[in-house]
Design a protein around this ligand. Structure first.
Ligand code: THU
Length: 157
């Protein structure tokens, strides 16, 4: 038996303002997309924004349903909307912002496992790293690739 450790690299910023221009634009789009959430049950509003290889930004927001599992997270609404509207473009990055009652949290909302798996799929499809920005009022975390938030990614092909 061999005991092994994996480490994850990520960058931590004190605010959206510290990001480079492209990331700042995407982070702001995610915060803005929080306003599109339909969350009558949890009242937790999440916005996401996907940047495509031609610079297009596609927003998404969580959509809840009386039959709970029928709802969907912000990240997947954004990625599925992006893939359905622009199937030939790569997703180069995704930003996520969330907070109770539509107010941006101080600590980032982190994507659920299912959303990470969907990110992994589109990253695999593009063949290039997809970066992830987790945006909060006083902290922004940046991961260079999906592998950094989903170690041991399942790949069937
Ligand atoms: N949610 C997201 O949209 N993304 C996340 O990263 C975490 C959770 C949504 C699902 C549900 O509508 C609400 O937040 C509360 O869990």
């Amino acid at each position: 038996m061999t005991e092994r450790t994996i480490s994850i690299n990520y960058q931590e910023y004190g605010s959206i303002e510290e990001l480079n221009e492209e990331d700042r634009e995407l982070a702001r789009a995610a915060v803005q997309a929080m306003g599109r959430a339909y969350a009558p049950y949890s009242h937790f509003h999440v916005g996401a924004a996907v940047r495509l290889s031609d610079g297009t930004i596609v927003p998404g927001a969580n959509q809840e349903n009386a039959a709970y599992p029928s709802g969907l997270c912000a990240e997947r609404t954004a990625m599925f909307a992006a893939s359905a509207a622009y199937p030939d473009l790569d997703m180069v990055s995704i930003a996520v912002a969330g907070g109770a009652s539509g107010l941006l949290d101080h600590i980032p909302a982190t994507p659920c496992g299912a959303c990470r798996q969907v990110m992994a799929q589109y990253q695999h499809k593009s063949g290039k790293p997809m970066s992830i920005l987790l945006v909060a009022a006083k902290q922004v975390l940046k991961f260079e690739k999906v592998d950094d938030i989903l170690p041991f990614i399942f790949k069937s092909i």
